[in-house]
Write a protein that binds this ligand. Structure first.
Ligand code: DGI
Ligand code: FE
Ligand code: FE
Ligand code: FE
Length: 188
């Protein structure tokens, strides 16, 4: 399967906006893979597929997670935005028969991050933040820092996320906290 095949697979699942986001993340992931000497084809696959489950209605996402024996913690149940990453990884493994752990983990952890992120995890995490379709305040700075230090960009992204979550009074997933601590400890 190549990029064209995967584009055709994700299209019926996604809104036009989310489809275009997926293409932009794919392009950025390939770019970062080139900069950081990682496998460009794996970055391309992870990028194009990362949000495949994002627009599936939440009740349907829950049913699908049960089908794949995904058990949710209390935090995960309360944070619907985390579901598409867990479900997305299970879906592409079970239905698209992707078995490469680098791709599966990058998709699985693209929303929260985790401790000990692989280069591929970091590439997808950062690509999702700085893709061409993003236009939040600070994105230009993050785009610049991403090609200088992937670790710095991961840390900045996690700080953004945690600040937003605290501001909104939302629960923070343990993987997000682990990613934060790991990123901070390894920068200095
Ligand atoms: O799917 P995208 O919109 O492209 O991006 P994403 O998968 O990174 O999702 C971002 C959303 O996920 C954003 O609204 C914040 C939320 N999120 C990330 N980490 C956590 C979280 N939400 C909660 N409650 N807890 C987390 O640890
Ligand atoms: Fe996502
Ligand atoms: Fe995304
Ligand atoms: Fe993200």
């Amino acid at each position: 399967m190549n990029r064209t095949d995967y584009q055709a697979i994700i299209k019926p699942f996604l809104s036009k906006k989310r489809y275009e986001h997926s293409i932009c993340v794919c392009d950025e992931a390939v770019h970062l893979a080139r900069v950081y000497d990682a496998n460009e084809q794996k970055a391309e696959t992870a990028g194009i597929l990362h949000d495949i489950m994002k627009d599936v209605p939440p009740d349907e996402q829950l049913k699908m997670m049960m089908r794949y024996d995904i058990l949710l913690t209390d935090v995960e149940r309360s944070a619907q935005k985390l579901w598409h990453a867990m479900l997305g990884a299970a879906y592409i493994e079970n239905e698209l028969h992707i078995s490469d752990p680098e791709i599966l983990n990058a998709v699985r952890y693209h929303t929260t991050g985790r401790a000990e992120m692989t280069t591929m995890d970091k590439i997808l995490f950062v690509a999702d933040f700085i893709s061409a379709d993003r236009d939040y305040a600070g994105v230009e700075q993050l785009r610049k820092s991403a090609v200088v230090s992937l670790d710095q960009a991961v840390a900045d992204g996690i700080v953004f996320t945690i600040q937003d979550l605290v501001q909104a009074g939302r629960p923070i997933h343990p993987d997000t906290i682990a990613a934060y601590n790991h990123a901070i400890l390894n920068l200095n």
